[in-house]
Design a protein around this ligand. Structure first.
Ligand code: CP
Ligand code: NVA
Length: 327
């Protein structure tokens, strides 16, 4: 039987997402004792996790390396330059070989299809560390940050202003799954994928929220509880940077948009950020910003995912063992 992977956000059932957020929060609370050595987590003891990066990374690579280590496993960080993959070995052969050595593969790459090929050939769980299409681990950390701020998702709205990219896609799917309203404001020609929007819209209808896709950033920001943006040119789109800077200029997340949001609105960014481009310095460095808590939540969310997919823990088990429910 092929083990479960996290390739798309929708590989997690909506109820699993809620339980994983509980686990992530419980792991966060317990971390002081873990780091001090008072407690040793053995969830991944004896297990090695390959971390393959075909694009650069700061947060994802470090949080996965630290996360595997904190769960008692061994992380093996590999850039494509270290692997024969970077010299043309097929992803199928790479998967078949790695599956003989490691118990899970985390990968950041271009096409989502490479993850499906790796999962099929390796026989071990594959976790999406960002593709051109999605960034599910980021979205889980984002949900945790929003839940921390508001205590839940009901009646709350996340507005994402910018490119309809991988981050926007996973926010649409994850937000819809937990009943968080999601609005995307994008320039003409940079909408999120219609298939993702359709899937998110159906899911949101079931879970009690709405999806809105618009080219009007002011309307989208109005009354929102979380304002979110991402770079205008994603990794692999560097040649389009100048054109994108021109097109996206009216979509900067600046003080005017923040002024239209709810009084208690928070500001999010997956990072890395370009101050003065997609976000004003006074906004990302201002009192509403939660971007560094958001970055830290990557660690906790990914540990919860690995405990489930690699360690075999039932979702919610960590939180239940820690005293139940939300930490
Ligand atoms: N947000 C995020 O995925 O950051 P890195 O590119 O640094 O991993
Ligand atoms: N959309 C960005 C996210 C970086 C974390 C990219 O793909 O480069």
């Amino acid at each position: 039987m092929t083990p479960r992977s996290l390739i798309s956000t929708t590989d997690l059932a909506p109820e699993e997402i809620a339980l994983l957020l509980d686990d992530a929060a419980a792991m966060r609370s317990a971390r002081v004792d873990l780091v001090s050595g008072a407690v040793i987590d053995t969830t991944l003891r004896g297990r090695t996790v390959a971390l393959i990066f075909e694009k650069p990374s700061t947060r994802t690579r470090v949080s996965f390396e630290v996360g595997v280590t904190e769960l008692g496993g061994t992380p093996l960080a590999l850039s494509s330059a270290d692997l024969q993959l970077g010299r043309g070995e097929t992803v199928e052969d790479t998967g078949a070989v790695l599956g003989r050595f490691v118990q899970a593969i985390v990968i950041r790459t271009f096409a989502q299809s490479r993850l499906h090929a790796l999962a099929a050939s390796s026989g071990v769980p594959v976790i999406n560390a960002l593709t051109d299409e999605e960034h599910p681990c980021q979205a889980l950390a984002d949900l945790l940050t929003i839940r921390d701020a508001f205590g839940g998702f009901e009646g709350r709205v996340l507005t994402y202003v910018g490119d309809g990219n991988n981050v926007a896609h996973s926010l649409l799917l994850a937000g819809a799954a937990v009943g968080l309203g999601v609005r995307i404001a994008h320039p003409d020609g940079y909408a999120p994928g219609p298939d993702i929007v359709a899937r998110a819209t159906s899911s949101a209808a079931v879970h009690g929220s709405e999806i809105t896709v618009t080219t009007d950033p002011r309307a989208a920001a109005s009354g929102a509880h979380a304002l979110y943006t991402d770079v205008w040119a994603s990794m692999g789109q560097e040649a389009e940077s100048a054109e994108r800077a021109r097109v996206f200029a009216p979509f900067t997340l600046g003080p005017e948009l923040v002024g239209l949001a709810a009084d208690d609105a928070i500001v999010l960014h997956c990072l890395p950020a370009h101050r003065g481009e997609e976000i004003a310095a006074e906004v990302i460095d201002g009192p509403r910003s939660r971007v560094f808590d958001q970055a830290e939540n990557r660690l906790h969310a990914q540990k919860a995912v690995m405990a489930m997919l690699v360690g075999g823990s039932a979702p919610g088990a960590v939180a239940a063992a820690a005293g139940g429910g939300r930490a």
